[in-house]
Design a protein. Structure first.
Length: 217
């Protein structure tokens, strides 16, 4: 796809995240993780970072709580990796199923609205890699499957001026979303850990689990 269309579409996604709960959902989980870590600084890797809107929001939210959050990004697209890259968000082009980071090297590993793009086996590989790299927490935020949400994003896309690619992707993404049980089962299959799964406003579902505590502890 043309690079400009990719950038335009991801800007639409960032606006959708801001308006319809995607950003709030992952932010709420990261705030919980930072409270548990209870440190003045932490590191975070955002897999599938897009244009970097989520890490920017997380840095601001952490700073409000007196935490210096150093963020990094991973993108499969060279166009998006270049667009997201900044001094505050060093971003590498890589496959999320084969992350170029050492095991237990980052405090928190997140992905937002990414998992639904993968089939079951690929999703398990992605979650397993996130679990491997995370020293403390893994946080997954995705869309809760709903025909009502699909219709809503389709209708809202017109007054918001979304590109036709964004409009189509939004509807398809909602219909490829997850129930709470599906997201929990995917994380358990990938890692052996049972995550805390919550429904959030805006037809979002989050899963979060600690990697530094044994499952049977």
């Amino acid at each position: 796809m043309d690079g400009e269309i990719v950038r335009r579409s991801l800007r639409d996604v960032a606006l959708s995240n801001a308006l319809f709960g995607g950003a709030r959902a992952v932010t709420a989980e990261v705030v919980c993780a930072l409270r548990a870590i209870d440190a003045r600084s932490a590191t975070l890797l955002d897999v599938g970072t897009g244009v970097g809107d989520i890490p920017a929001r997380l840095r601001r939210e952490a700073a409000r709580r007196g935490v210096a959050l150093a963020t990094m990004g991973v993108e499969g697209s060279e166009t998006l990796a270049r667009a997201a890259r900044s001094p505050e968000l060093p971003t590498v082009r890589a496959d999320g199923r084969r992350l170029p980071f050492a095991s237990r090297s980052v405090d928190i590993v997140t992905c937002s609205q990414l998992l639904h793009h993968f089939d079951e086996a690929q999703g398990v590989a992605l979650l397993g890699e996130m679990h491997r790299v995370a020293r403390r927490w893994v946080i997954v935020s995705d869309i809760r499957r709903s025909w009502l949400a699909a219709a809503g994003i389709w209708l809202a896309s017109f007054p918001l001026g979304f590109h036709p690619v964004s409009r189509h992707d939004g509807v398809v993404s909602v219909l490829r979303g997850f129930t709470r049980r599906e997201l929990r089962d995917a994380a358990r299959a990938a890692t052996g850990h049972t995550p805390l799964v919550r429904n959030r406003l805006g037809f979002r579902t989050t899963a979060a689990w600690r990697t530094d505590v044994p499952e049977d502890a």
